[in-house]
Design a binder for this molecule. Structure first.
Ligand code: HEC
Length: 245
């Protein structure tokens, strides 16, 4: 037994509290059974399952079509109608379609309609700006034999451009050449008038037209109500829209 009177402080004691505590800290933590942390892989796996299940459920139970009447079309927010569906002036709408269709012509008649030594100009041409049935039949059937345009005579061959052409394209390209290159017309060729050209061309049922034939039989305007260039039309159908006023 040690004698308390002789007991001295343990000067050899090299216990260092902070390093001992650090060693304890490094030990794996013990958890109460049932509250051990879950492996990261289990969490990720679970998240993946929930994600897929969510997709499946959303695609069936919550499918948009289950809650929307067939034929329902979402209305555009007021003032947010897109430019593509807003009514346009007939002139703008037809010129847009016509400009596209004219790419089939520009290789010969040139982008600016000025023509060249081989191809007659569409600018300042009485065939373009005159009675509307003549240029319509030239486009739909092609043209051969001599023709005088703006004081110059050409004697070449234009192939038919009418294959697959619908009233929309025909009206577009007619309005384009009649209102570009410095040409202007007071009224536009409507879809009704373009359809008249398709009908006349079908009835004629021949090959390329000639200037002589055009002047003898077709020196008239297309039948139908022309369009005022300012009329508002639906840019998709090219048909006039009811004004809101
Ligand atoms: C392969 C070349 C070629 C293409 C493509 C062509 N044309 Fe022509 N076009 C001619 C030629 C050549 C003549 C004159 C024919 C003649 O001498 O009889 C002509 C004549 C015309 C005329 C009457 C004369 C005039 O200059 O006003 C019009 C209108 C016309 N073309 C419009 C069109 C339009 C619109 C298109 C496109 C849809 C088109 N052409 C595509 C070669 C072409």
């Amino acid at each position: 037994m040690s004698d308390p009177s002789t007991s001295k402080p343990d000067l050899d004691d090299d216990t260092n509290v902070s390093t001992d505590a650090a060693a304890v800290k490094r030990e794996n933590q013990m958890f109460t059974q049932g509250s051990e942390p879950i492996s990261l892989w289990v969490i990720l796996g679970g998240a993946l399952i929930i994600l897929i299940a969510g997709g499946v459920i959303a695609g069936s139970i919550f499918d948009y079509n289950n809650y929307v009447k067939p034929g329902y079309v979402r209305a555009t927010a007021p003032g947010a109608a897109s430019a593509a569906t807003l009514p346009k002036s007939a002139l703008d709408a037809y010129l847009k379609i016509g400009k596209k269709a004219y790419t089939a012509c520009s290789g010969c008649h040139q982008p600016g309609g000025e023509g060249n030594a081989a191809y007659p100009p569409l600018a300042n041409s009485e065939w373009v700006t005159g009675p509307s049935l003549r240029p319509a039949l030239i486009i739909l059937n092609g043209l051969h034999e001599a023709i005088t345009v703006d004081g110059k005579t050409y004697n070449a061959n234009m192939p038919s451009m009418g294959s697959g052409m619908e009233a929309k394209q025909l009206a577009g390209v007619l309005n384009y050449i009649r209102n570009s290159f410095g040409n202007t017309s007071d009224s536009l060729v409507s879809l009704e008038m373009a359809q008249n050209a398709l009908d006349v061309s079908k009835e004629r049922n021949g090959g390329q037209v000639t200037a002589t034939e055009l002047n003898a039989d077709y020196n008239i305007d297309l039948v139908g109500a022309p369009l005022d260039p300012e009329t508002l039309v639906d840019p998709k159908t090219l048909l006039p829209v009811e004004s809101n006023e």
